[in-house]
Design a binder for this molecule. Structure first.
Ligand code: NDP
Length: 316
């Protein structure tokens, strides 16, 4: 167990685009940031293949390469990137306290939280296998829809995300099957209206995904109608899952304000949380956009907010 408590000016929790961008800005402002990566260094993008929508890469880049580039850029200006998971925090104390892997105790003048969110999956064996092998299973239509241009795809879910993504896919794909587990949708009326009035979206009500076919890539999806118990195989090459995300914010409960889904609440137009010196950036505070570039932009805001707080309070 660590005996000496380490103090830093700026502690960053999480290593997605938001965390690394915060680190680049904080390091260049001489805040000597220490960034703890969490259990998946690089975050959600390390689980994707091609990233074609991050500005500055005209030929696209793979998710893991993009994250390596961001890490290298953060390190170039002196960020200490360390592997470790924040397991407990006391953000109301001065300085703020953060425990890593339950044993290492850090104190910090400012904390930038960029712990991200995790997509929820149905949990089918073939879903996991094809997702891991980049075989056409995705939780982000905006990221991966382009690869299915002119093809037939299926999307599971009936919330605003599923409705929005089905509409997005319908503009690229020949046909979109929307698999809805109940006889109604949770999405807002306006979003439902749009889905129902799009000619190439077919809604499969009361339907559950039973299996995903294909060895190396999706070749079909088996759907069971829960009212008739009949199975139907959809001839699709892409399978999108939009059944919600879970923000990784459990350790902040009771200290930071969050909405009923667990997304951290920030003062609009800033990255400020309800505690001075604590900032929330990226997907842990964003249920709407959830893009690498918006996360990166908010990471920049977090570092600038931290820098201004340190200057105005005379700490740095
Ligand atoms: P939601 O939790 O709102 O919806 C999840 C959907 O997935 C529900 O329809 C649910 O079905 C379904 N579902 C859950 N588990 C399964 C499963 N195992 N199999 C099949 N279906 C399943 O998540 P969203 O990501 O859609 O939205 C999250 C929040 O973000 C919401 O508050 C939403 O309003 C907001 N949002 C707003 C947007 C906007 O304003 N433009 C865009 C996107 C999101 P059931 O209904 O039966 O429970």
């Amino acid at each position: 167990m660590q005996s000496k408590i380490e103090h830093v000016t700026c502690l960053i929790i999480g290593s997605g685009p938001a965390g690394y961008t915060a680190a680049i800005y904080a390091a260049r402002a001489d805040l000597k940031p220490v960034l703890y990566t969490g259990l998946t260094p690089g975050g959600q993008l390390t689980e994707t293949t091609e990233v074609d929508n991050f500005p500055g890469y005209p030929k696209g880049i793979t998710g893991p390469e993009l994250m390596e580039d961001l890490k290298a850029q953060a390190e170039r200006f002196g960020t200490q990137v360390r592997f470790g998971l924040a397991t407990k925090v006391d953000l109301k104390s001065t300085p703020k306290k953060v425990w890593i892997d339950e044993t290492i105790e850090m104190t910090a003048d400012t904390v930038i939280i960029s712990t991200g969110a995790s997509a929820k999956w149905i949990g089918l064996e073939n879903e996991t296998r094809l997702r891991m092998n980049a075989g056409g299973v995705s939780a982000c239509a905006v990221c991966d829809g382009f690869f299915f241009k002119g093809q037939e795809v299926a999307i599971v879910g009936a919330g605003d995300t599923a409705a929005e993504e089905a509409t997005y896919l319908s503009k690229l794909c020949k046909k979109v099957y929307m698999i809805v587990r109940r006889g109604e949708m949770r999405a807002s009326k306006a979003m439902q209206h749009r889905v129902k009035n799009t000619a190439n979206i077919e809604i499969l009500w009361n339907s559950e995904t039973v299996d995903i076919l294909g060895k190396d890539a999706v070749e079909g999806v088996v759907v069971k109608n829960s009212e008739t118990s009949e199975n139907r195989t959809l001839d699709v090459t892409g399978f999108f899952v939009a059944i919600g995300h879970k923000p990784n914010t459990d350790i902040f409960k009771g200290q930071l304000n969050m909405d009923d889904l667990g997304y951290l609440t920030i003062i609009p137009g800033s990255s400020k949380t309800n505690i001075e010196g604590v900032y929330a950036v990226g997907d842990c505070a964003d249920k709407t956009y959830r893009q690498a570039v918006t996360a990166a932009g908010s990471g920049c805001m977090g570092a600038l907010d931290a820098e201004r707080y340190l200057a105005s309070s005379g700490i740095h």
